[in-house]
Unconditional design. Structure first.
Length: 376
């Protein structure tokens, strides 16, 4: 039995499961149809939040993301017909090839009128000071800042929070508890290269960018069959529920072609969460459940953030769980964390799973935003 939830709107799960699975040309390795949680989550942590199948071994480390430009064009193993094929996505009148997504001078925008214009330069091409090693914010966080399960969703966050996090990274206060995860190290490098003006511009722009529903939460005992992509992302390959969750969350593109391969900022994500997690999470989030305090005390009445405290409504459960666990493991520090430590002290992994499941299901309520300037 399952229950599907998009914000607070309940819809028929059967209609979703009957939909065709759209897969892009992504190389993936098959995930056995057994739950990946064959470990004690309370001991080794919620590995599902990193899309990992097993704990890190002694000596495990990350593969650095290539900081050098120069790979914008054809690569040795490319299929020329594939990377030069012209694509579009649902609702867009723009057309791009895969080569366009490798550009370091103009990141493709499927929906340029979905957010304020002009977009800051750092979001399009990266920090000026980093020269040939710069990365556009959009490259990972998407043009609208909604991000993906493997990274942060800075869109719609208070400017003060974004600036604080960039400074925490610059000061080596924010890292990851899983030694195999590479992008936190990339962010530290990028934050150290950003100017104060660039930080201010991107933070204010993200704050003015509307945060709209992005996660479809499906409360269930069983998920469809999945592949675990080489890049650590669960990809739905089945239709009928057959993969037991056993207490974990699986976050996966709702449309692999558009969400993953073509990186459409309007194509969201499905989050399969354990039965009972929404009610349990709601109690913890709204009352503290006798173990913590209500989240709205710090994160705002609508859970959309205030000051240096982030918005947590309707965001990636994988991302939110990683942050809670990193705080517990003391690999994420800083002013925000000092406030959070006594709040999460008594929470178990199951408690935090329930919390992020419920938060992901909460309908975001964006505040006033600057109207976008239509492009000619």
């Amino acid at each position: 039995m399952s229950r599907l939830r998009f914000g607070f709107l309940c819809v028929a799960c059967a209609a979703f499961l009957a939909a065709a699975v759209v897969r892009g040309p992504i190389q993936a390795q098959e995930l056995e149809h057994e739950p990946p949680a064959t470990y004690d989550q309370e001991e080794v942590g919620p590995l599902w939040a990193w899309a990992q199948r097993a704990p890190a071994e002694p000596g495990d480390t990350y593969n650095p993301q290539n900081p050098e430009r120069g790979s914008e064009g054809m690569r040795p193993n490319d299929d020329e017909a594939e990377v030069t094929k012209v694509w579009t996505v649902t609702g867009s009148d723009q057309q791009f090839t895969r080569l366009d997504f490798r550009s370091h001078t103009s990141y493709p925008e499927w929906f340029p009128n979905d957010y304020p214009q002009p977009m800051p330069s750092v979001n399009m091409v990266g920090s000026e000071s980093l020269g040939n090693t710069a990365r556009a914010c959009s490259l990972c966080h998407l043009a609208n800042g909604k991000g993906r399960p493997e990274n942060a969703p800075p869109g719609g966050q208070p400017a003060a929070y974004t600036i604080q996090q960039l400074n925490d990274m610059r000061n080596d206060l924010r890292n990851t508890s899983d030694p195999r995860k590479s992008n936190p190290h990339t962010m530290v490098r990028l934050a150290k290269g950003m100017s104060e003006q660039e930080m201010q511009e991107i933070a204010e722009w993200y704050e003015a960018t509307p945060w709209t529903p992005w996660i479809r939460v499906i409360e269930t005992d069983m998920a469809p069959a999945m592949h675990l992509e080489v890049g650590n992302m669960f990809i739905t390959v089945g239709v009928e529920p057959e993969l037991p969750l056993n207490g974990i969350i699986i976050e996966t593109p709702e449309n692999e072609l558009e969400s993953n391969y073509l990186r459409s900022p309007r194509s969201g994500w499905n989050a399969y969460v354990p039965m009972g997690s929404l009610a349990a999470g709601e109690e913890l989030v709204t009352t503290g459940g006798g173990k913590t305090v209500a989240c709205n005390i710090c994160h705002g009445a609508d859970l959309m953030g205030v000051g240096i405290m982030p918005g947590i409504a309707g965001r990636s459960p994988s991302y939110m769980m990683r942050q809670l666990w990193d705080m517990k493991m003391e690999t994420r520090k800083g002013p925000n964390v000092a406030l959070m430590m006594p709040i999460i002290e008594d929470l178990t992994v199951e408690d935090m799973t329930n919390i992020v499941a419920y938060l992901a299901s909460v309908m975001p309520l964006p505040g006033p935003v600057a109207p976008p300037t239509p492009r000619p």
